[in-house]
Design a protein around this ligand. Structure first.
Ligand code: NAD
Length: 365
């Protein structure tokens, strides 16, 4: 059930919840249950040193509660790092709803969830994530003001995520080739969903040679026709001759198998948790001489867009802030090369350094 059975002398099987929270110093968990609607959810607040914890709500058919707990703990910590390295005054949080998003949704279900979010009095701000639609979030917003990314407000974050990913890829190119031009570079975009398609649009404007894969056929054909991208079968994407691999589908695609096949010099994409095991594969990537843009730093455009809504800032601010991802990625790569350490380690350290510095000037919420 657990990857480790013992943390600092605490047996996880006997103390599964608080011991797991203490592994990465999570501040608070809220377990939510409502028999009337069938709602079962967990809200995790990882760290609020920088500000209220912002992170989306994911609805998923977890096999058991422990799987949901692990997911919410991991995702909320990731949000702390993403918000910190992006220079946002936001902490990290996330919510998971245990359930089938095709069967269990109703107005009452999401309004009940909204009441739970509201009970945290602004310590946690929610948004959409996997399995959650704008309609669901409208219902949540009937019971709490602590929601962002609603239609008519900052809206779909994907275009801003794609823009940040694009400028971050350029920053990687600058370090590798001495120029950030992507013209003529062979770039494989895995997953052409919300973010992937906008990324392909940016890349095509720069005359990159684009390869795309997706498990959803119709969107592939449309995007291929529109941007002149070449279609590759999902499993073949790792074997093609390419300069840059841009994972924009699911996590875990940089692993033992794919690293033995990938011939790229840069890995930089929007997908969360690309490294199957960051301690192992982050180092293998470095040893193979591949420049890796840590995902949480590269894909921060979405949360930057959400933050603009929290603060009432214009879209132009969000776009300019997303463009700063270029400098963040450059700094990570330069430090990684200088210190001969994996890029993800440097990015984690940069995020932790900011939290540490700010924690000295103010107390957590
Ligand atoms: P999406 O669901 O719109 O798109 C994902 C695409 O990947 C889909 O078209 C899907 O068919 C495809 N896919 C799934 N498995 C695949 C496989 N094995 N091979 C090829 N294609 C596959 O999601 P999205 O919003 O575009 O997000 C993409 C990734 O970026 C996710 O990992 C997400 O967590 C991350 N991300 C998104 C945002 C955002 O603003 N949407 C922000 C930060 C991070």
């Amino acid at each position: 059930m657990f990857e480790v059975n013992n943390i600092d002398g605490v047996n996880l099987e006997e103390n599964p919840v608080i011991a797991q929270m203490s592994q990465y110093n999570h501040e608070q968990l809220l377990f939510c249950n409502d028999n009337a609607t069938g709602l079962k959810a967990i809200i995790a607040v990882h760290n609020t040193v920088l500000g209220p914890a912002l992170g989306g709500t994911r609805m998923w058919t977890y096999n058991n509660e422990m799987e949901a707990l692990k997911d919410v703990l991991r995702l909320s910590r990731g949000m702390t790092y993403k918000n910190s390295i992006s220079g946002l005054n936001l902490g990290g949080g996330k919510a998971v709803i245990i359930g089938d998003s095709r069967k269990m949704k109703s107005e009452a279900y999401f309004r009940r969830f909204g009441k739970f979010v509201n009970s945290l009095a602004g310590k946690y701000i929610t948004a959409e994530d996997v399995g959650i639609s704008p309609i669901d979030m409208r219902w949540v917003s009937m019971e709490t003001n602590h929601v962002v990314g609603l239609p008519g407000k900052s809206g779909d974050p994907s275009p801003v995520t794609a823009r940040g990913t694009y400028v971050g890829i350029k920053a990687c190119a600058k370090e590798v080739y001495g120029s950030d031009s992507l013209s003529g570079k062979k770039i494989a975009v895995q997953g052409v969903g919300h973010v992937g398609e906008y990324l392909v649009q940016y890349l095509s404007k720069e005359n990159a040679e684009i390869y795309i894969s997706d498990i959803h056929g119709p969107s592939l054909k449309r995007i291929s026709d529109k941007y002149g991208a070449k279609i590759v079968a999902p499993d073949d994407i790792y074997d093609i001759d390419m300069d840059i691999f841009a994972p924009c589908a699911l996590g875990g695609t940089v692993n033992d198998d794919t690293l033995s096949r990938l011939k790229c010099v840069i890995i930089a994409g929007a997908a969360n948790n690309q490294l199957a095991d960051e301690n192992i594969h982050g180092r293998v990537v470095m040893e193979k001489g591949i420049v890796y843009a840590p995902d949480f730093a590269l894909n921060a455009g979405g949360v930057i867009n959400c933050f603009s809504e929290v603060e009432g800032l214009p879209e132009s601010w969000a776009l300019a802030k997303a463009d700063e991802i270029y400098n963040t990625i450059s700094e990570i790569i330069k430090r990684a090369m200088k210190e001969q350490r994996p890029a993800y380690e440097i990015a984690n350290k940069m995020a932790e350094e900011r939290i540490e510095a700010i924690s000295k000037i103010k107390l957590p919420m």
